[in-house]
Design a binder for this molecule. Structure first.
Ligand code: ATP
Ligand code: MG
Length: 255
């Protein structure tokens, strides 16, 4: 069986892509055949894994949504064992507009994944919006993983996401569940960061991962080398944190 996890937060720059790429890497490393779906027109997950977006003859997630290709056709192997990626380019933004009035527009990603066998885990890196793409992501998944940046406005806007999740659960995807809230860019030296962490825990009792992701420059550097943190600097604080969170994530989805 395939477990599908959407990394979602409509706020920009909170660590969605960094979490999607690095968790996918560690899940793959632990032996799970893992597919990372880049579902953001920014294509950051693709470039973060060293995919050259100029040379994508095999196709992208745009082709999958428009149903000119099936998902399996656009999936690329990465340099890392067990880790595969379905890439995206800026064209995905146009695709979203094209889909606006199409039939079955909300369930295209769900159907694409359902027709693709062989993966233990699928991670979807969603864009920073509550758009048609994100709704496709929410309908296609069993779990939402919610990265929250440990800053003053962290919780603002999350009510809207939880509301959208409720609607999706009610209408399309009754088993949709929050697998965990992941505090990111936590700066242990500031009291604000600690306070926000406490706030997040109060807001999501029992849902916050035990391990948090520290602010760590190595995590920000790795994508420019086109590799996950586990390859770029596996002894960095950021690498150790994502490795531990991947383990905790596996425990949570096994429950
Ligand atoms: P978007 O909403 O635009 O898709 P995002 O939520 O996917 O953004 P990222 O791209 O993962 O966020 O991170 C935003 C920026 O912060 C990037 O430059 C990334 O390298 C950096 N970053 C992410 N996590 C950390 C961290 N723990 N420590 C330091 N820098 C980080
Ligand atoms: Mg992103």
């Amino acid at each position: 069986m395939t477990t599908v996890i959407s990394v979602t937060n409509q706020k920009g720059g909170v660590g969605k892509t960094t979490s999607a790429v690095n968790l996918a890497y560690y899940l793959a490393k632990s032996g799970k055949k893992t597919l990372l779906i880049d579902f953001d027109p920014q294509g950051n997950a693709s470039s973060g894994l060293g995919i050259n977006k100029q040379q994508l003859e095999t196709g992208t997630m745009s082709d999958v949504l428009l149903e000119t290709k099936v998902l399996q056709e656009v999936i690329l192997e990465t340099k890392h064992k067990n880790l595969f990626i379905a890439p995206a380019t800026p064209h995905l933004a146009n695709t979203e507009v094209e889909l606006a009035k199409a039939s079955r527009r909300f369930t295209r990603l769900k159907n694409a994944i359902a027709n693709t066998a062989g993966y233990d885990i699928v991670i979807i890196d969603n864009p920073p919006s509550l758009s048609l793409l994100t709704v496709n992501g929410l309908i296609a998944c069993r779990y939402v993983l919610l990265p929250v940046q440990a800053e003053f406005y962290a919780l603002e806007g999350l009510g809207q996401l939880l509301e959208t999740m409720k609607l999706v659960r009610k209408n399309m995807n009754p088993t949709l569940d929050l697998v965990g809230v992941l505090p990111t860019m936590v700066d242990g030296r500031t009291t604000l960061s600690g306070q926000v962490h406490e706030e997040i825990k109060k807001h999501f009792p029992g849902k916050v991962f035990k391990t948090v992701i520290p602010r760590n420059i190595r995590l920000a550097e790795a994508p420019s080398h086109g590799v996950p943190i586990g390859v770029y600097d596996r002894f960095s604080k950021g690498a150790r944190a994502y490795k531990t969170v991947a383990k905790e994530l596996l425990e949570r989805i096994a429950e």
